[in-house]
Each structure stands twice: as C-alpha cells, then as structure tokens.
Design a protein around this ligand. Structure first.
Ligand code: SAM
Ligand code: SF4
Length: 452
C-alpha cells in the first residue's frame, strides 16, 4: 500500500443501513484519493456511523471516541467525524460530551462528508451540519463493497410507523421510497459488475412505494428485480402488519428471491403489542407465519424480540415464549428494552426491574437456541446451495458461506483453497447441525459462477 496516501477508517454501529452507508463512505473517500487504513491508529480520517436505537450504542460510541483522545494528542491533524442517527439526534450537543470530534453530520447528508471534512481541515472549530430531510439516496454515491458479489440496495428510507419504543422515525424522518426504475437500474448495473446477491433495504420494505404510488408495490418491485439477472435477492425489514399475500406469492414462486424472511414480532403478548403500537395481535402474527410455512415449507424465519417493555408481566413474557415455540424461528435477535428519550414508551410504566428483564432475556435466548437447533437439524441430509465467502475463521482448509436461508455453512474444500471459491456457488450436503451454523461436504462441485 502507498503509505504517502491519506488513510481512513470507518466504524459502524447498529443496523444494515449503517453497513450500507459505510460502503458509501469508503467509496467517497477512495474516490477522493484516500486508502482504507489497516489499523485505526494509522488513519488520518476516522468516521463513526452511529445508531441510537438502544442506549448501549450511545455508550459504545462515547467509549470508542474517548479512546482516540491519545491519538488526537499525538497527531492533532487526525479528523474524527460522527454521523448517522446519533449525529442527527444530537447535532452540536454531541460536542459537549466529545469535544475532540471535528465533524458532526446526520442521516440526510452522507454525500456531504468529503466537503465537511475539507471544511474541518481549514477550520479551527468543529463543523456541524445536520439537515431536516433530503431527497438524496445514497445509491448515487460511489461505493466500495465489502464483498464484490454482494450489495446493499436501499429501496426506502425513514419510517412512518412510530412503534412506541423506537427512535427511528425521529432520526431517519418519514418513509420515502425510491423510484422502482432507479432500483432496478441499480441492480442491473450491479449484476454487470459481478454482483450475485443484493439485499434490498428499508425500515419496512412491505410498505415500499405507498408514498410514490398510493399503495405498496413491494411484491411488484421484487418481481422486477428478479428479472435483472441477479442470482439472489434478500430484503429487510418486514413489518408483519404490511406483509401482503402478493409478496408471499412472489417469494414462493420466484427462485431468485431467497426463502428467508426477517419478520420482527417484538412480543407474544397482545397487551404489550398494543402498547408498543405494533398494530397486530399474536394470533394474527401466527396466522401469517402459518400461511408463510404453507407457501414455503422450507422458509427460514427470523425475528426481533424485546423483553422488559414497560408493563410486561410474567404472563406477558410466557406468551412471548409460547409464540417463539409456535413460530419455530431459525434465528431471533433479542433485546432488553432500552428507554429512549422522546419516544412514547419513555413515559410508560411500570418499569421492569433490570434483574427481572435479564432473567427473562436469558430464558428467551435458551428457547430461541432450542428452536434454532431444531430447525437446523431438519436440514440434515439436504443439499444446500452455498454462496462461498472464503475460508472459515477457525480453519483455512474449510470454506464458509451462506445458504439461501442465510445460514452459515462450513464444508471442507478438497483441492481448491476456500479463498479461490469465494464468490461462487457450491452445493453442500448437510451432515452436522449446530445452533448457529451447519457443516457438510461438497456435493457435485460448484457452479463456476464467479463474481466479477
Ligand atoms: N424497522 C425494523 C423493524 O421494525 O423491525 C428495524 C428497526 S430497529 C433498528 C431493529 C430492532 O431494534 C427492532 O426490531 C427492535 O426489536 C429493536 N429496538 C428498537 N428500539 C428498541 C428499544 N428502545 N429498546 C430495545 N430494542 C429496541
Ligand atoms: Fe422503528 Fe417500528 Fe419503524 Fe421499525 S417499524 S423502524 S421498529 S418505528
């Protein structure tokens, strides 16, 4: 690497939207002549893309920025930029807790980062720019993808749902969809660039298009994206109240659309769901799950669950465990409720004591693990198409990749080094099921389709 070039480091917290934004920041800074630094200590520009969905993300940011104080003393020319949800929420306020930050930006002006950094370089005071909203989609910005065969594609930003615990509508603004032609055009050019898998992103993909076309058009968009020559389509996140029968049909009939669905339920108690403002009941959720499994018996289903929401009783929590057993999730992201200033739930009570929430959380995780293992065991003996990511972290002779259901799969790679198979599809017969991954052996070589 040319060590005379200025170097950058991008750190992200939180959701997939931030991972996508990180690829755009890397793309913009590379286009401006910078290189990615191997170590944060070597970087001349350090960018944090933040999340404020839960309190621990705030704490992590403060810890990480504070740990750069010594670096800033040694090399005062290093620029630290904080953007994303915390930048949007706090603006200038952020400088009180973190005075050695040079640039604060928000969720609506990622594309302005190079200009803001240039201004900070010239200025002796920090540069803060937070906008109320914008029509900009980050897809117009250059991108440096983490994997050459995978791309994140935003189809909508913002959210109108106002779940009572959630800050996203406040920091990301109202839902705005991208024109379907723009999405399809982007996927087409990604395919031409060797991309095999795209993940369509939105806070609630199922309401995609309502603002543009008067009614949701997600099923139609999926169908159109499937015509581009892309091999695999994933999407996140789906709000259960808006998942349409059309979308289920397109998922079940379109081979390019992965049979993997992230469908956050949050709670199994109707009383908690109502005070969360989720606008469905547990039986409506389970009815939907039933229709999904009938249409796609091999569907991999994942979810998000919050425990310790204000007013959650022991019975409410038992209802959540019952729902987890009935829905047979492949994976669940589990969270202890974190009160966020300005949200409706922040004013609700009674608060669930921390030790009670922790105990519920631990029981929930055990149940989720039991279900995940049972779902993985059901795959024993099956042949799964795996998109190889490279060698497994533990063993350089073992390849690791993802199945259609988004499960990590390991297989020994005789002859070929796993890294040479990265970005190709291989068939793997599953011989071992673990809670969070599967192992197997290559079945019938690989398809030879290589990302460009
Ligand atoms: N729009 C997506 C949805 O509705 O599922 C994702 C929103 S959020 C970034 C991802 C998850 O964080 C939510 O599904 C919820 O489980 C969790 N979450 C959001 N706010 C939270 C809070 N205040 N405390 C704990 N977990 C929270
Ligand atoms: Fe937050 Fe609910 Fe919107 Fe998801 S759907 S981003 S949880 S308000």
């Amino acid at each position: 690497m040319d060590t005379s070039c200025p170097r950058f480091s991008v750190r992200t917290f939180g959701c997939q939207m931030n991972k996508h934004d990180a690829e755009r920041v890397a793309g913009m800074l590379s286009a401006a002549g910078m290189h990615a630094a191997d170590e944060v200590e070597q970087a001349d520009v350090i960018v944090f893309l933040t999340c404020c969905v839960r309190e621990n993300a705030d704490e992590r940011l403060e810890g990480q920025v504070a740990s750069l104080k010594a670096l800033k003393r040694r090399r005062p020319e290093v620029l630290i930029a904080v953007g994303g949800c915390i930048g949007q929420r706090d603006g200038t306020e952020l400088l009180r807790a973190l005075p050695h930050v040079d640039v604060v930006f928000g969720t609506h002006n990622l594309g302005r980062l190079p200009a803001l950094l240039a201004r900070a370089r010239e200025s002796s005071t920090p540069v803060v720019e937070v906008l109320g909203g914008s029509d900009e989609f980050t897809s117009d910005l250059p991108s440096e993808r983490e994997h050459r065969w995978h791309a994140w594609v935003p189809i909508a930003v913002g959210c109108d749902n106002f779940c009572s615990y959630c800050v996203v509508p406040y920091v990301r603004g109202p839902e705005r969809s991208r024109h379907a032609e723009d999405v399809v055009e982007e996927v087409r050019s990604l395919v031409a660039d060797g991309v095999l898998e795209v993940t369509l992103l939105g806070q609630n993909v199922n309401s995609y298009g309502r603002d543009l076309y008067g009614e949701p058009q997600f099923a139609r968009l999926l169908g159109a994206v499937a015509q581009t020559g892309i091999r695999r389509i994933r999407f996140a996140t789906s709000h259960p109240k808006d998942l349409s029968e059309d979308t289920i049909r397109v998922m079940s009939q379109t081979p390019e659309v992965c049979r993997a669905l992230h469908l956050p339920v949050q709670s199994g108690s109707d009383h908690v769901l109502e005070s969360m403002n989720r606008r469905y009941t547990s039986s409506a959720y389970l009815g939907l799950v039933d229709r999904l499994y009938r249409a796609m018996p091999d569907l991999a289903l994942s979810t998000d669950i919050i425990v310790g929401f204000p007013g959650e009783t022991a019975e409410d929590f038992e209802a959540t465990l019952d729902l987890v057993r009935a829905a047979r999730f492949d994976q669940a992201f589990t969270f202890i409720y974190s009160s966020r200033e300005g949200t409706a739930a922040a004013a609700l009570g009674p608060r669930v004591p921390r030790d009670v929430a922790q105990e519920r959380f631990d029981r929930l995780v055990s149940e989720v693990q039991r279900q995940a293992l049972a779902k993985n065991k059901a795959l024993l003996g099956s042949v799964q198409a795996i998109l190889v990511e490279g060698a497994s972290k533990r063993d350089a002779t073992v390849l690791a990749g993802r199945s259609e259901g988004n499960k990590v799969v390991h297989a020994r790679a005789p002859g070929d080094s796993p890294d040479s198979l990265a970005g190709t599809f291989v068939d793997v017969r599953i011989t071992e099921a673990h809670t969070w991954f599967l192992s197997g052996e290559l079945a019938g070589g690989h398809t030879g389709i290589q990302a460009g």
